[in-house]
Design a protein around this ligand. Structure first.
Ligand code: IPD
Length: 269
């Protein structure tokens, strides 16, 4: 069952990725905005999500669907597909080659606090890199097994993060990253949380942390990172949720969590 779901997740992500790649106009325009004027939606976000919803309903009519750009569909099977039709929409808008389709299927409520991710795929559209994982089956990049880096001191860790779209949230996130920067090897802001989590899984980042991730930003990446040997958690013993997500090898995560707790990184706006 897990392998069948993982194969389907990969098929869905790659099919939507083909639409996004082949259908990208020379000039991408903003079709709508969400939480702030810089939180954008393009026509391709909605087209890609419609395609994913159509393919999921055809293949698995009994399952629920939770997507970034539409209403939640409640299923009867206990499984829900959690999809981000373009993660890294701002990169897509500007033509920066760091955007992906993220598709996961989770058991239980589609809530990161309690869900159990079963299978997932993150497909980086510009170069076709495809990360996959099934629960208990390991994590793979283009079919080759991947694993997180060994834990290393924070001072030698490359740390990915991201920022929300509102001024108040960014002011708080800016203060946290300013305190962190002198204590780590360096900071990366790739612009796609799904790709950040996969970069942790494949050792291209040591750690990732972010406040504000939505279920669709993290579902597939969380499973891929976990199956690659990462701990994915929140602060103060809480699970990874919108409040805070920290991912990486256990020893490094423990150090980063301690520091983020001192900085109050999961509080405020
Ligand atoms: C965004 C990206 C970004 C993260 C934001 C997300 P979107 O997703 O994952 O890296 O920092 O929090 O909203 O809007 O491109 O799907």
């Amino acid at each position: 069952m897990t392998d069948t779901l993982a194969t389907l997740a990969a098929h869905l992500a790659v099919t939507a990725g083909t639409l996004i790649r082949d259908g990208r106009p020379d000039e991408v325009v903003v079709a709508d905005t969400k939480s702030s004027p810089i939180d954008v939606v393009t026509k391709m976000d909605t087209d890609s999500e419609q395609l994913l919803r159509h393919l999921i309903s055809a293949a698995r009519p009994q399952d629920g669907i939770l997507g970034e750009e539409g209403d939640a569909v409640v299923g009867t099977s206990g499984l829900t597909w959690v999809v981000d039709p373009i993660d890294g929409t701002v990169n897509y808008l500007y033509g920066l080659p760091a955007y992906a389709v993220s598709v996961a299927v989770v058991a239980g409520e589609p809530d990161p606090a309690t869900w159990v991710p079963i299978a997932g795929c993150v497909h980086r559209v510009p170069d076709g890199a495809t990360y996959t994982a099934g629960r208990g089956r390991g994590a793979y990049l283009d079919g080759a097994r991947i694993s997180v880096n060994d834990a290393r001191p924070l001072s030698h860790s490359l740390v990915g993060t991201g920022f929300g779209y509102t001024t108040e949230r960014r002011r708080a996130q800016g203060a946290v990253v300013a305190a962190l920067l002198p204590r780590v090897r360096d900071i990366r802001r790739i612009g796609s949380a799904a790709l950040d989590l996969c970069a942790v899984a494949s050792g291209h980042l040591d750690l990732h942390y972010e406040r504000g991730l939505k279920p669709w930003d993290m579902a597939a990446g969380q499973l891929i990172a976990t199956e690659a040997g990462a701990v994915v958690t929140g602060l103060h013993g809480r699970p990874a949720t919108e409040q805070m997500t920290v991912a990486g090898p256990a020893g490094s995560v423990a150090d980063l969590v301690r520091l983020l707790e001192v900085l109050g990184a999961d509080e405020g706006p």
